[in-house]
Write a new protein. Structure first.
Length: 702
């Protein structure tokens, strides 16, 4: 038995080595859901982009990779190269988990890479400038390392490796790794969540800078070094803005404002998981604008904000204090008779987040079987808006908060199948001086059969969920990294196009996860504020062919576009304001089946001035209860009162760039292969001056 077991291990190892060294075949890129112009590995699991580096005409992309399966594990650095950020060639694994596959003692978590042009590290030989990768070493077990340093179970620490052959092979700096062993005092107990170093050369101080995340404390630590080996702590940043989950994968870099190199701002990018953009569940990326002097990043005051209800709000009900619903004047029915607001999460429920104070309405009293209604005392409408926090089930007829006037429901709102509460509002200016009640209903007994409500208030301006500057408002854009090696103010980024909420169960095989379109960042003044603007940075002329270019004076209802294929670039421009002629929403449906039972809706809400992506009917949504959702992002019309949406559709994703690129949304979808139909829609009236261009995108794998 022992000899058979040993033989089996040898066979497995041989198969693995063949897999690592083999180049992927063209045939492996035609599977259902395989992206045709987004990078994916031929097989196995991938997450964060790492070590993005441009040198000698080649873009190198390393990434978190499991060489042994299509779920997270055995974290190593995969490697791919491209000459145009469009056509990628998968290379052999660059940094293989130490001890793989049987006795892993060190995994290689996320990090970055630079070219040490002046050989400050001393690793260069024969005039060759070394490439240096700095990454987080994860140690599954306590051990004494070759450097003599001791690590604890599950410790995270920062290490380096070097390459003398342009990033093909790497040598770990075992004689001294990890070069940053522990977090500094007073944070030394955070060694389990100390990760993701981002390094760059800062010429004014002639030192290397590393930004490292203290994930659970929502802090960035800034270190400097003269040689990439010894590091000194200089400062810390945070916590600010979105802090609903771990801070990860930080970057900081300079960009000129409106192209003026005499007016430069620094941008700090921080991943957060969970606690992403409002209405999403799981991962997201926020940014800060500010200044950096080589040792300290200072955010601009207008880059720090908290969202929530406006100043001067009248609090109608916050559900705080030791009072039952009856004591508060609310009428309860069903299972809510004799009950009170609750403190946060209930037994058997996933964590509830986003509520204010200590208590809220949470109808998960007896699990999802709880049913009943809660009706507020009557009040006279005297403000323009009613604001409230809401989460829970997405069923407008069964789990909702309603505004009733004369017994009729005039407004209703519901959750998004999420335990995270977000702000919503009703514009009640048309109902001034009328008497109303608010009713919370839970008539559902299964699935997301509950509702969460908090902080009902009245104001003359709407509440906002804008508690952060979001780099992307969709659910599938995370772990953003920028390229080193490009000109100083050219910042090209790539993100992991997935979400930790469901990333391990998306229905793809034999690979899992894709990267976003590479995007070039800039800073532009829009609506009197400086915003990060994103533009796709791919060789589109080489892989696109215009099929449809049309102008419509007006669209009412729907307009069929027929079969546009399953990979397309779409540009849609239309009038807002007076040009809508009563329309409430306008947009395009893509990746639709012939009967439109499957479809992804991308559009614009004229009332709220928001872009939206609706993937509730986008195909396979069965693998996660939160996946079938609608996502929103703010976008003001341009100065000429037009709205422009640039949309990139692939076999399993949609990326939307709104306006000048100040608003983006990235979402995965998993439709049937033959869901290739499209149509325009205008609801509630007509939309004028519609210009449409659709280009077919050819596969980059052929």
């Amino acid at each position: 038995m022992k000899s058979i077991s040993m033989l089996w291990e040898v066979l497995l190892l041989g198969a693995f080595l063949s897999q690592v060294d083999a180049a992927p075949t063209k045939e492996s890129y035609t599977e259902l859901y395989r992206p045709q112009y987004h990078f994916t590995p031929a097989q196995n699991w991938m997450n964060d982009p790492n070590g993005l580096l441009y040198a000698d005409g080649t873009y190198h992309m390393y990434y978190q990779y499991n060489p042994g399966g299509n779920t997270w594990g055995a974290m190593s650095w995969g490697h791919a190269t491209s000459e145009d950020l469009t056509h990628w060639k998968e290379q052999p694994v660059a940094l293989l988990a130490r001890g793989y596959p049987n006795n892993i003692t060190e995994m290689f978590f996320s990090g970055s890479a630079v070219i040490d042009e002046h050989n400050t590290s001393g690793f260069g030989k024969k005039g060759k400038a070394p490439w240096i990768a700095m990454y987080t070493s994860y140690y599954p077990t306590a051990q004494v390392l070759p450097s003599g340093k001791q690590v604890r179970d599950n410790q995270q620490a920062q290490s380096i490796a070097y390459s003398l052959d342009h990033g093909t092979t790497w040598t770990t700096y075992d004689e001294a790794n990890p070069v940053i062993l522990d977090p500094p005092a007073p944070y030394q107990d955070q060694f389990l969540d100390f990760r993701d170093p981002n390094i760059f050369w800062h010429q004014p101080i002639r030192k290397w800078v590393a930004v490292v995340s203290l994930a659970k404390l929502h802090k960035l630590l800034i270190y400097t070094s003269t040689n990439l080996k010894q590091w000194d702590l200089e400062s810390e940043f945070g916590p600010f803005n979105a802090v609903g989950g771990n801070w990860e994968c930080p970057n900081i870099f300079p960009l000129p404002v409106d192209g003026d190199k005499s007016k430069v701002k620094w941008v700090a990018i921080v991943g957060i998981n969970p606690g992403g953009p409002p209405g999403t569940v799981g991962s997201g990326v926020q940014y800060f604008l500010g200044d950096f002097n080589g040792t300290t990043f200072t955010a601009d005051s207008n880059s720090i904000h908290g969202g929530g209800p406006p100043d001067g709000s009248f609090i109608f009900e916050d559900f705080e204090g030791n009072h039952s619903f009856s004591d508060r004047g609310w009428i309860a029915t069903g299972d809510f008779i004799g009950t009170s607001p609750v403190a946060g999460t209930l037994p058997g429920q996933n964590p509830v987040t986003g509520y204010l104070g200590n208590q809220l309405v949470n109808t998960f009293l007896n699990g999802d079987a709880t049913t009943g209604t809660l009706t507020s005392p009557s009040f006279t409408i005297s403000y323009k808006y009613i604001n409230f926090l809401i989460g829970g089930g997405d069923n407008i007829n069964q789990t909702a908060i309603q505004l009733k006037i004369d017994g009729n429901v005039v407004y209703a709102a519901t959750g998004s199948n999420s335990e995270q509460l977000t702000w919503q509002h009703w514009d009640v200016s048309a109902f001034q001086n009328q008497t109303a009640v608010i009713e919370i209903i839970d008539l559902a007994t299964g699935g997301w059969g509950h509702i969460n409500v908090d902080e009902i208030s009245f104001a003359n301006t709407p509440a906002t969920n804008n508690n952060a500057n979001w780099l992307d408002w969709g659910p599938d854009f995370y772990a953003t990294q920028g390229y080193n090696g490009l000109p100083q103010y050219q910042r090209t980024i790539i993100s992991w196009m997935n979400n930790w909420q469901y990333g391990g169960v998306i229905p793809t095989s034999p690979w899992r996860s894709a990267m976003s379109i590479p995007r070039q960042l800039s800073l532009k003044t829009i609506d009197e504020s400086i915003a990060v603007v994103q533009e796709p940075e791919e060789c589109w002329k080489a892989i696109t062919q215009t099929q449809i270019a049309s102008t419509f004076p007006s669209i009412t209802g729907t307009h069929s576009l027929g079969d546009i294929g399953n990979a397309a670039e779409i540009e849609l421009t239309f009038s807002s304001g007076d040009g809508t002629n009563g329309s409430s929403e306008f947009g395009i449906i893509v990746r639709a089946s012939k009967d439109f039972s499957q479809q992804t809706r991308i559009g614009y809400d004229f009332t709220t001035q928001q872009v939206f992506v609706d993937r509730t009917k986008s195909g396979d949504v069965s693998f996660d209860s939160t996946f079938a959702s609608v996502y929103y992002a703010p976008l003001s019309p341009a100065s000429d009162k037009t709205v422009t949406l640039r949309i990139f559709v692939d076999w399993s994703s949609v990326e939307v760039f709104g306006g000048q690129g100040q608003t983006t949304m990235t979402t995965q979808i998993f439709p049937d292969e033959n869901a290739t139909n499209a149509q325009l829609f205008s609801t509630g009236g007509s939309t004028k001056n519609v210009q449409l261009r659709i280009s077919k995108v050819r596969s980059t794998w052929v």
